[in-house]
Design a protein around this ligand. Structure first.
Ligand code: RTP
Ligand code: MG
Length: 156
C-alpha cells in the first residue's frame, strides 16, 4: 500500500470559549500540527442555546447541563476538522482527561493541562467515537445538508 491509499480519519476539534478568550489558539494549533494532524477545515462560530443543547444532547439529563450550556454559549469557539490516521483516538489522547485540574497532575503534557482550568472549563473538545465524529463534523460543516443545524450557530 502506498501512503496515498491509507484511509485517513477525520475528527471534530473545538477550542472552547475559555480557550479563545485566553489566547491559547496559536499554542494549541502548534501542538495539532506538530502531532501530525492536517487541519482540513476550520471556522470561528458562536453557539446559541439550541445549538449547544443539540451538540451536547447526550448530557441533557445531567446536573451540570445548564452550566455547560451557559459556558459553551459564553463566547466564540474555533471548530476544526482534523485529519490523520487514527485521528479520533489520537486527538482524545492529546487533549487529556475531562477535568483539567486532574490533567495538570496526571497528564501534564496534555492540552487541557496546558490551557484548561477545571472540570467544566477545560478549553477543548474532541469527538469521542466513530459515530460522534461524522455527526459533529456535519453539525458545523454540513452546509445545506445539515438543515436546521445552520440556525444553531452563527459563522463569525
Ligand atoms: P467534550 O465532550 O467537551 O470533549 O468533553 P469530555 O468528552 O471529556 O467530557 P463529557 O463527559 O462529554 O462532558 C462534556 C463537557 O461538560 C463539562 N462537564 N462538566 N461539572 C461537571 O461535572 C462536568 N462534567 C463535564 C465539561 O466542559 C466537559 O468537557
Ligand atoms: Mg464528550
Amino acid at each position: 500500500l502506498s501512503n496515498a491509499s491509507v484511509e485517513e480519519e477525520k475528527t471534530l476539534a473545538m477550542i472552547k470559549p475559555d480557550g479563545l478568550f485566553s489566547n491559547h489558539t496559536d499554542a494549541i494549533k502548534k501542538v495539532i500540527l506538530d502531532s501530525g494532524f492536517h487541519i482540513f477545515e476550520e471556522m470561528i462560530t458562536q453557539l446559541n442555546k439550541d445549538g449547544a443543547s443539540s451538540f451536547y444532547a447526550e448530557h441533557s439529563s445531567k446536573s451540570f447541563f445548564s452550566s455547560l450550556i451557559k459556558y459553551m454559549t459564553s463566547g466564540p469557539v474555533l471548530v476544526m476538522v482534523l485529519e490523520k490516521e487514527n485521528a479520533i483516538a489520537d486527538w482524545r489522547n492529546l487533549i487529556g482527561p475531562t477535568d483539567a485540574r486532574k490533567a495538570k497532575s496526571t497528564h501534564p503534557h496534555s492540552i487541557r493541562a496546558m490551557c484548561g482550568q477545571d472540570l467544566e472549563k477545560n478549553c477543548v473538545h474532541g469527538s469521542d467515537s466513530l459515530q460522534s465524529a461524522p455527526r459533529e463534523i456535519s453539525f458545523f460543516f454540513g452546509g445545506t445538508l445539515s438543515g436546521t443545524e445552520a440556525t444553531m450557530h452563527d459563522e463569525l
